[in-house]
Design a protein around this ligand. Structure first.
Ligand code: GAP
Length: 439
């Protein structure tokens, strides 16, 4: 059997639309640039990713979760450095007005949109934060920002969490939530968008120990991506060296080889005491930690951060899972080979025909298994076509109720990857499926 992996992002974009994973935002109005909506299968996949991250990162003694608001006091972004430093150099083409990031194009080459030569404006800094107005009156005092990272809601809650949960260093705070950046050149489907979701964790450590924890978190986070089913050959670390964000003293990315090439999926940053130190100064609040293990010494903790884009990780999962078997032949089948726990639909239940005597046991099974997992009931079209549809959305198991079921009280369970079929007594199906998923 021959197998082809995803080579072209457009194949994935159309599968995602056709099968209800991801739609363009506001599509009936012609869409809104680089904004995407997760459909019924997309949201299941996204919830699986978020649940997996949340469990891995917060079901442990040393990490607590929070859910901070998106709108924060404007001084937060002054302290974090985003008001003054969170910008990209931008140029416009004077002919067609297309906008580019000056650091991403060759300024001496023709405009890649219209071909005009020597048409770029001088680079100017463009702040990536979205501004909005709080309250009914628009004046300069009412400007607030949509957060460009979730991390700051963690820093501003450092004392709240530490004191209420009686945490001792080292400990972490984790959060999943939306972030917004007015990217100059978004694109490549959900890779770079202006609204996206981050899964971030700030690990507070004693100054001087940050390198050791950085190494530890690099290992843990690498393993998480493998546990999600990603192919290790498509993962690599990228060391930022001296090319660092304004808050970091060391940084590594976990990169994935997307069809557009290797690019960042997760950042692991040593953020020093930059954020807590600045918040202490600007808010006037004492954010010192009293180290009882070290003679009640007072200091601002250092921070090691892990920050993964939920959407970018989903894109990696989709790219990784996509395969075409026997590509180009009559028997071609497209499969999203997610590991079972990531699959949006865990089980499809298919009565062979739309007949009451077959539908009755099938419905019963649907009710029973829906208490455990997201299942789909599919009664339309030939069985072959139904299998192909489930393969294409990544459903690991299909259960067929046929005329023999009425006699032998058993069903056929088909495995997505091997396409092997097993005959299982109806009364054992629940246990069989539970054992397959292991949760
Ligand atoms: N708190 C640190 C921070 O925000 P970052 O490297 O700017 O660091 C972390 O972002 C992750 O967020 C990235 O690795 C990426 O997965 C995701 N991300 C950042 N900008 C994004 C965008 N415009 N669209 C989608 N995901 C994005």
């Amino acid at each position: 059997m021959s197998e082809k992996k995803l080579e072209n992002m457009q194949d994935l974009v159309s599968l995602c639309k056709r099968r209800g994973f991801i739609f363009q935002s506001s599509e009936i109005y012609g869409g809104l640039g680089s904004c995407w909506d997760y459909g019924p299968l997309g949201i299941e996949l996204k919830n699986n990713v978020k649940n997996s991250w949340w469990k891995a990162m917060t079901y442990r003694e040393d990490i607590e979760g929070v859910d901070a608001s998106i709108l924060m006091h404007p001084l937060v972004w002054k302290a974090s450095g985003h008001v003054d430093g969170f910008s990209d150099p931008m140029v416009d083409c004077k002919e067609c007005n297309a906008r580019f990031r000056a650091d991403k194009i060759d300024l001496s080459a023709p405009c890649e949109n219209c071909g005009a030569k020597e048409s770029f404006t001088e680079p100017r800094e463009f702040n990536l934060m979205f501004e909005t107005t709080m309250g009914p009156v628009k004046d300069s005092g009412s400007t607030v920002y949509l957060r460009p990272e979730t991390a700051q809601g963690i820093f501003t809650n450092f004392l709240n969490v530490q004191s209420t949960m009686r945490k001792k260093l080292p400990f972490g705070i984790a959060q999943i939530g939306k972030a917004f950046r007015n990217e100059i050149t978004p694109g490549n489907f959900i890779f770079r968008t202006r609204e996206f979701e981050q899964m971030e964790m700030q690990y507070f450590v004693k100054p001087g120990t940050q390198k050791e924890f950085m190494e530890k978190w690099k290992e843990i986070r690498w393993q998480w991506h493998l546990d999600q089913g990603l192919d290790e050959k498509k993962l690599r670390f990228h060391d930022h060296g001296d090319d660092l964000a304004h808050y970091a003293d060391a940084a590594f990315d976990i990169e994935y080889e997307f069809p557009i090439g290797w690019d960042e999926m997760e950042g692991i940053h040593s953020r020093t005491d930059f954020d807590l130190g600045n918040h202490a100064e600007l808010s006037g609040k004492n954010l010192n930690y009293v180290d009882q293990m070290d003679g009640n010494k007072k200091y601002i903790p250092y921070v090691v951060e892990t920050s993964v884009g939920c959407d970018r990780h989903i894109l990696a999962l989709l790219c990784d899972a996509y395969r075409v078997e026997n590509a180009g032949t009559k028997e071609e089948r497209v499969v999203l080979g997610f590991i079972p726990k990531m699959a949006p639909i865990k089980v499809a239940i298919m009565p062979l025909m739309k007949k009451p005597d077959l539908e009755e046991p099938a419905r019963k099974l649907m009710d029973e298994l829906s208490q455990l997992y997201k299942c789909e009931y599919d009664v339309s079209g030939s069985i072959g076509k139904r299998y192909r549809r489930q393969d294409e959305i990544g459903t690991p198991y299909c259960i067929t109720v046929d005329y023999d079921t009425l006699e032998d009280k058993a069903v056929t369970i088909r495995d997505r990857d091997t396409m092997n079929q097993e005959r299982i007594p109806l009364e054992n199906v629940r246990t069989y499926i539970l054992n397959k998923f292991g949760f």
